[in-house]
Design a protein around this ligand. Structure first.
Ligand SMILES: [Zn+2]
Ligand SMILES: [Zn+2]
Length: 190
């Protein structure tokens, strides 16, 4: 069974970085004061010269497909509501309706964020847009070579499981709609 990776290391130098870079509770703080979970992925930041967490922003087309899917399912439930069977299905459907409505609202917030945003995806550590995604295959017991070599070194990056990276600090961070870090002070006030 595949497990999430614990670390990425270089096979030519001593460089290694734990998967903890992707951890933490990261959110966008919207102008309305609402928070939106910040999706992230692994990347290489040319400014930090490090493996970092970078923003993972869905495309408008992808968001629209999910929004349409949610809308169609909500409409189907709504049609069912007018049918005789609905009373019997009510308790079961209520959870599904709430989930779908929450999902739809989240997707619409993401679409609105994308439309008002002008920046490219950023490094979540330093805010630079000089950051490239690193795709990560599923890692099992054996290390897996990544399709990315260590910039400036030329060695190959590998992802591996290594439990010594556990017990790292769990961070809570906030970003504006342009993906710029705004700290946690504003959070506490919100
Ligand atoms: Zn290296
Ligand atoms: Zn950076």
């Amino acid at each position: 069974m595949s497990q999430p990776f614990d670390e990425v290391y270089c096979d030519r130098c001593e460089y290694r970085r734990g998967s903890f870079v992707l951890w933490g509770r990261l959110s966008y703080m919207l102008p309305s004061g609402k928070q939106l979970h910040l999706n992230r992925r692994l990347g290489w930041c040319h400014t930090c010269k490090e493996i970092v967490a970078m923003e993972d922003i869905a495309t408008e087309a992808l968001l629209q497909v999910s929004i349409d899917d949610c809308t169609v399912r909500l409409e189907a439930i709504s049609r069912l509501k007018n049918g005789r069977l609905f009373k019997r299905l009510l308790s079961y459907d209520r959870t599904e309706i709430i989930d779908l409505e929450e999902n739809l609202s989240d997707l619409c917030e993401r679409l609105a964020l994308l439309r008002q945003r002008s920046s490219l995806e950023r490094c979540l550590s330093c805010g630079s847009t000089e950051v490239v995604p690193i795709s990560l295959p599923a890692v099992d017991r054996e290390p897996v070579q990544l399709d990315f070599s260590h910039p400036g070194c030329g060695g190959n990056f590998w992802a591996a499981n290594n439990p010594t990276w556990l017990n790292m600090r769990f961070e809570e961070k906030y970003y504006n709609v342009e993906g710029e870090h705004i700290g946690r002070e504003q959070t506490l006030e919100a």
